[in-house]
Design a protein around this ligand. Structure first.
Ligand code: NAP
Length: 312
């Protein structure tokens, strides 16, 4: 099959090579083989290629990619949830940084355990579905860990990013937060309001920690826990997802666990249109331009998500 492969760590634009004779991965008993239709990109993909997580990574050469939307073409002997022809989506790595698969989603075919997958939401395209799993899973798990609930307010740092756009929408429609604030640069404030933010803060003009208002929960997708702890109410919670760098207590961090059941639980919110995937205006790149997509992702300026589509 065709797949993007790296045999050395380094900048994705330098080390990623398009190969056309990669073996299609074998399906284990609890896995399905998926014809990849679209693959979403996440910062973890380029951080892993750069070699930032080598302690617990799979061996090289590696096919990168966590997020997939595609069609089941083969099922393992113990699979009960899916059959050939089913349209599925998911993040194929159960533990984000603990031995992610050697054969990822930036390929014609990929395998995943059935428990990591869910039926593709009926109203969404493969491109939209591929943009969702890792980011929405991280958003949901972080909000659960903060015990966000209807009477509580939340500030989302990095509201326009892949994770932040879902944190805002889940805080509003799934957790029922009483007030949602979020940060972005000037040009993205309108998007934040469209997503349901009550207070959109332009970080190029205002420091969120200088506001008189304090928050019950802060969801930090940037790595600003030192500032965030100054903006919580007494007893408030700060969750940060930036895996590297300093952490200021009482802020805590976690690495996501992928779950098909969680996606299935959120499918109704995607299917009724309350929660929408946000894809960057330049957000769909053909398979051949995967390195260009990585270069854009690495700027840190992407709005919502980038997706590789079509895949041969
Ligand atoms: N722990 C985990 O399990 C986990 C899971 C997923 C992601 N992560 C990590 O979480 C981080 C965010 O991931 P992501 O997918 O959301 O990234 P992303 O989509 O690449 O984030 C890009 C967005 O960040 C915004 N941004 C950059 N600097 C900002 C600042 N100072 N204040 C407010 N917004 C800012 C940008 O908006 P502007 O252009 O307006 O600045 C842009 O829209 C990454 O470091 C990723 O590795 C961790």
């Amino acid at each position: 099959m065709k797949a993007w492969v790296y045999a050395h760590h380094g900048n994705p634009v330098d080390v990623l090579k398009l190969e056309s004779d990669v073996d299609v991965p074998q399906v284990k008993d609890d896995q399905v083989l998926i014809k990849v239709v679209a693959a979403g990109l996440n910062p973890v993909d380029f951080k892993r290629i750069l070699g930032l997580f080598i302690e617990a990574d799979s061996p090289l050469p590696t096919v990168p990619g966590y997020d997939v939307a595609g069609v089941v073409v083969k099922v393992g002997s113990q699979v009960t949830l899916f059959k050939e022809g089913d349209e599925v989506y998911g993040n194929i790595n159960e533990k984000g940084l603990d031995h992610p698969k050697r054969y990822g989603t930036l390929a014609e075919y990929t395998v995943a355990e059935e428990k990591l997958l869910a039926p593709k939401p009926k109203n969404l395209s493969f491109v939209e579905a591929a943009s969702i799993p890792l980011a929405i899973g991280t958003a949901y798990e972080g909000l659960e860990k903060t015990a966000l609930s209807v009477s509580k307010s939340i500030l989302v740092l990095g509201g326009a990013g892949g994770v932040g756009t879902f944190v805002i929408q889940l805080a509003k429609h799934v957790f029922g937060a009483s007030k949602i604030a979020a940060t972005s640069s000037s040009a993205k404030l309108e998007l934040l309001k469209d997503l349901g933010v009550d207070l959109a803060i332009d970080y190029t003009k205002d420091n969120f920690e200088d506001l008189a208002e304090k928050f019950d929960v802060i969801y930090d997708s940037i790595g600003q826990s030192e500032r965030a702890v100054k903006a919580i109410k007494e007893g408030g919670q700060v969750v940060t997802i930036e895996p590297l760098g300093d952490l200021t207590p009482p802020a805590f961090r976690f690495i996501l666990t992928s779950s098909g059941a969680m996606l299935e639980k959120l499918n109704p919110f995607l299917e009724n249109g309350k929660v929408k995937p946000v894809i960057d205006p330049r957000g769909t790149f053909p398979f051949s331009q995967t390195p260009e997509a990585f270069s854009y992702l690495q700027t840190g300026r992407v709005t919502g998500k980038l997706v590789i589509y079509p895949i041969p």
